[in-house]
Design a protein. Structure first.
Length: 560
């Protein structure tokens, strides 16, 4: 485990930074082939004759076919830059076929020589191509490419009536894969639809080749890791780490765990690894090594300051995403001058007829069906105008929950609920966290504050050492920071203020005089930051693109 930790805790850096400049030549040549195809798409042909120099790239044709070729070459180049095994074989196939077409068929010695050079570099550096693609995806990509090549060759031979069958087949394959075929192949139009489908299959294969490897661990291993997480997990993210969106990793001894969520190409570690410190370091190293082998981008979301400091020392990049408000319920004193504003707010709510109820066993512990029905209506009304439906690290109200939940409710003079707060335990640290807050629109001011004061006092009587009021996203960002990413986030926060009052949320939590702890987004390279941000948005909005669209639509068009 120690050796693995030393090897995999280093940041994953891709492309040119992983090998010599020579090893980058195949990817560069494939990108140039893509650019050549773009020229054909724009000009209807290659006006400067670059096709005589490059191993591949269409000479002429309609813009759509040229763009299909451009996309395919670019994707294979990306797969090679990412050191994927299937990318290696696809690039080698491209160069081998280009050698036949450019050398034996077209007589272009420079292009053929470049194909030999690229193929030689690929073979010489083959050990670096160890990043995987899923077995099903690999088989599909191979099947699509081989099927297309066989179909093109067979069509050409049958159309050529046996005359120069080899040359005709070579030109047909070149036409299919756009390996610089300058002449039309006789008779191919008779099977045009089949060849178009084969060409599309080739493009799909290049997309499939970029897929990361899915988590193939046996179900019993994942179940054991989840049990470990339940036993050793702690912190304000603990309830979310146990949600279905997250898949945990754990050591064999069951002493440490790490919760992760996969979306797209990203594997997002939610919070710090938990459990025995040395074992937790090993679990993180195993996860990181798996990301490298499976072609996933490792991302750490809401890392603590100590964890961020450790990762920064290893070359990771950090972005402050907000601050978490932490209080000690045992030491909380509503009479303290530090919470004078809060005390006045709660006093006004009491004068407005607000009283609060507390249940340590969720809504079912209130034992008043009419009150629970009112909570359901209040939650529905709040969600109707609350914008996009969020998840991942945003909780939801479920009136049927018991056990691992508590609730504080504010009711008015008519015993109707006007606000409530749901809290959950945070695992092995014996703490609690604020998960859900709801209040009626136009209700008595201070009702939510009254709920939280009741909850804090009840938790203090229970001897709870910590209560997290949750993250205040974008809080504490410095628009004049030396870090470019923090400056950009701070300026972006100003732009979204009309849609998301992050400053108001931070102000509300600050009433309770908490200790503010920074939380960070960690990536291996600044180039990974846009992908990480998109992945987090997808996770918060539902994961799959269809759910993301529905969530956003629900925010733009509130339900009636």
């Amino acid at each position: 485990m120690t050796a693995l930790a030393g090897a995999t805790d280093r940041p994953i850096v891709r492309g040119l930074r992983h090998g010599s400049l020579l090893a980058a030549v195949p990817a560069v040549i494939l990108v140039l082939c893509s650019v050549s195809s773009d020229m054909v798409a724009m000009f209807g042909g290659d006006p400067i004759g670059i096709w005589r120099l490059l191993p591949a790239g269409p000479v002429s044709g309609d813009w759509l076919s040229a763009e299909v070729s451009s996309t395919a070459f670019l994707l294979i180049g990306i797969a090679v830059a990412r050191r994927k095994r299937v990318g290696f074989w696809m690039a080698l196939t491209v160069m081998a076929t280009a050698l036949v077409v450019q050398g034996a068929t077209l007589g272009h010695p420079v292009a053929a020589g470049l194909a030999i050079l690229v193929a030689t570099i690929l073979v010489a550096t083959r050990d670096r191509y160890h990043v995987g693609t899923g077995r099903r995806e690999t088989r599909l990509a191979i099947g699509l490419v081989v099927g297309g090549v066989v179909l093109a060759g067979a069509a050409a031979v049958s159309a050529g009536n046996g005359i120069d069958a080899f040359g005709t087949a070579a030109e047909a394959v070149g036409s299919l894969l756009d390996f610089a075929t300058p002449v039309a192949v006789p008779g191919l139009a008779t099977l045009g639809l089949a060849l178009v489908l084969a060409h599309i299959g080739y493009l799909v294969a290049t997309f499939v080749a970029l897929d990361p490897v899915p988590d193939t661990r046996p179900a019993e291993i994942v179940a054991a890791a989840r049990r470990t997480l339940r036993r050793v997990g702690s912190g304000s993210l603990y309830p979310y780490q146990l949600a279905p969106e997250c898949t945990p990793f754990a050591d064999e001894a069951g002493t440490a765990a790490l919760a992760t969520a996969s979306i797209g190409r990203c594997s997002v570690a939610l919070g710090d690894p938990v459990g025995a410190p040395s074992a937790a370091t090993g679990v993180f190293a195993d996860w990181l090594g798996g990301c490298r082998a499976d072609d996933r981008l490792p991302v750490v979301y809401q890392a603590s300051e100590p964890r961020a400091r450790t990762l920064r020392a290893q070359g990771w990049r950090s972005v402050l995403v907000g601050r978490e408000a932490i209080i000690d319920p045992r030491a909380f004193d509503i009479g303290s001058s530090r919470v004078a504003n809060l005390r006045h707010t709660v006093t006004r709510s009491r004068k407005g007829g607000i009283r609060t109820l507390w249940s340590s066993s969720g809504a079912v512990g209130l034992s008043e069906p009419r009150l629970v029905a009112g909570l359901v209506r209040l939650d529905a009304e709040w969600r109707r105008t609350a914008g996009p439906q969020m998840g991942f690290t945003v909780g939801h109200f479920d009136p049927r929950e018991t056990g691992d939940t508590a609730i504080a409710v504010a009711v008015d003079v008519h015993d109707e609920p006007v606000a409530f707060a749901v809290l959950r335990p945070t695992g092995a640290d014996d703490g609690w966290m604020l998960d859900v807050m709801r209040r009626a629109r136009g209700g008595v001011p201070g009702a939510v504050e009254a709920c939280l004061v009741t909850a804090i006092q009840a938790l203090g009587e229970m001897g709870v050492p910590t209560l997290s009021l949750g993250l205040a996203p974008l809080a504490g960002l410095d628009p004049a920071s030396d870090a470019v990413a923090e400056r950009l986030l701070a300026r972006g926060a100003r732009l979204i203020r009309p849609f998301y009052d992050h400053e108001g949320l931070a102000f509300f939590k600050n009433k309770f005089a908490p200790t503010w702890e920074p939380r960070y987004l960690m990536v291996c390279s600044w180039l990974d930051l846009p992908t990480a941000v998109v992945a987090l948005l997808r996770l918060h909005l539902g994961g799959g693109w269809a759910r993301v669209i529905r969530s956003v639509a629900s925010g733009l068009v509130p339900a009636r």
